[in-house]
Design a binder for this molecule. Structure first.
Ligand code: AMP
Ligand code: MG
Length: 390
């Protein structure tokens, strides 16, 4: 049995980073930018008006001053002349500010009549001229790697980047094992249950940007498992769920070994999730998760998410921890790290009473995994503890 940190280090060592591909910006939501990208132009590319009003020389921005309107500048069509003392150009938001002008008197503060305007008020102290390149300059870069959020995509579009280099999405095959399992929506027999963590893990992986293949459930027989591994071919990561303990019906380790799996480790000193295994199966990485629903989801959070992030080029980092004060006293922990389902309310954390690894209803209520290190002594209310936000 190895520690959580050792298991994570061994998992990171198994990862083959994925290649980079160029995709259309429109399709890049949530993808990982793989290389820095440089702006192809200044934004704005010219001094631009931030308001509707009149472009003037700032020296003329004096209450009572009357100016002559020389022409108009709208977004997309500039006024080509030069604004001089005593002159104004009607201007609209986004239009280039004409040469000579360095001020926009907003229309709310101006009286207009025929081709004349009079500055009524000078309460505004801003020029309302956005200098060229004030947002960003040509050559300015967006750093990589990072996940492309909607705001970053807007910025890239503004930089005139139509295609972006991103890490290829990992192909992940999910194999659920168990003669007792049926898919949601099917009619289970009296002895069957619904495959649940399969869908929880699928959701977790899709959120990270993986292409997940939920394979048909493999019953606990050697041929069924072999067929499942056959169907998983081509995947970057094969994840099995269940069948990894030491019972008579736990066949995953044996079948994977027969198929040539080079095992890195089996069993991690943690609760829930002890019977975790990992290795390499041909070009694919394999992770065998325990079947108990909460164990599978906790191992997904603690191990699989960092592995997929590493595949995507986001670096080898454990799922981030935060700290909070305990709401109540808790007893000492045993020799395995314990990821307790917990609730944080008003900034204080408390584990749920029931910690059975089969209870998805408790996991669903939890907003944190309270982390108890191996042999952690009893803790008092108010003590600081680590947790993983959910
Ligand atoms: P196993 O690791 O196969 O011994 O499974 C441990 C427990 O988790 C058993 O009660 C299984 O029925 C249950 N289990 C295994 N796989 C799943 C799954 N995909 N969804 C829900 N429960 C499962
Ligand atoms: Mg099973």
């Amino acid at each position: 049995m190895i520690s959580v940190d050792d298991a994570l280090a061994q998992l990171f060592a198994l990862v083959t980073p994925l290649v980079i591909e160029e995709i259309a910006l429109k399709d890049a939501t949530g993808r990982v930018l793989a290389k820095p990208v440089a702006a192809l132009r200044d934004q704005p590319p010219f001094p631009a008006s931030a308001m509707d009003g009149y472009a003037i020389c700032s020296a003329d921005y004096v209450a009572g001053q009357t100016l002559t309107i020389m022409g108009e500048a709208a977004a997309g069509s500039r006024y080509d002349g030069t604004v001089r003392a005593g002159q104004a150009v009607r201007i609209f938001t986004g239009a280039p500010v004409p040469r000579g002008a360095d001020w926009v008197a907003i229309q709310e503060n101006v009286d207009a009549s025929g081709d004349q305007i009079t500055i009524r008020e000078t309460t505004e102290t801003k020029s309302f001229v956005r200098a060229a390149g004030t947002d960003f300059k040509v050559g300015q870069t967006l750093d990589a790697p990072q996940i492309l959020t909607p705001n970053l995509i807007a910025l890239l579009a503004s930089m005139n980047i139509a295609h972006v280099p991103v890490t290829r999405r990992p192909d992940i095959a999910l194999i659920s094992t168990g003669t007792e399992l049926v898919m949601p929506g099917e009619t289970p027999s009296d002895d069957q249950i619904i495959a649940s963590n399969t869908f929880g893990l699928n959701a977790m992986l899709e959120q990270l940007g993986a292409i997940v293949r939920i394979l048909p459930i493999a019953h606990d027989t050697l041929p069924a498992l072999r067929t499942a591994f056959e169907m998983a071919k081509g995947a970057d990561l094969i994840i099995t769920i269940g069948g990894a303990s030491v019972g008579d019906h736990d066949l995953v380790g044996g079948v994977a070994a027969d198929l040539g799996m080079d095992q890195s480790f089996y069993k991690v000193a943690m609760r829930p999730g002890k019977p975790l295994m990992a290795g390499k199966l041909g070009d694919a990485m394999m992770i065998g998760l325990p079947g108990n629903p909460v164990s599978a989801m906790v191992c997904g959070t603690v191990f699989v998410m960092p592995v997929v992030r590493t595949m995507l080029g986001l670096g080898k980092h454990a799922t981030p921890h935060q700290t909070a004060s305990l709401k109540e006293d808790i007893p000492s922990n045993g020799p395995r790290a314990h990821y307790m389902r917990a609730a944080i309310t008003d900034g204080k954390i408390a584990p749920f009473e029931r910690q059975d690894s089969a209870l998805l209803s408790v996991l669903a209520q939890a907003n944190a995994l309270l982390l108890r290190p191996p042999n952690d002594p009893a803790r008092r209310a108010g003590d600081k503890v680590s947790f993983i936000p959910l």
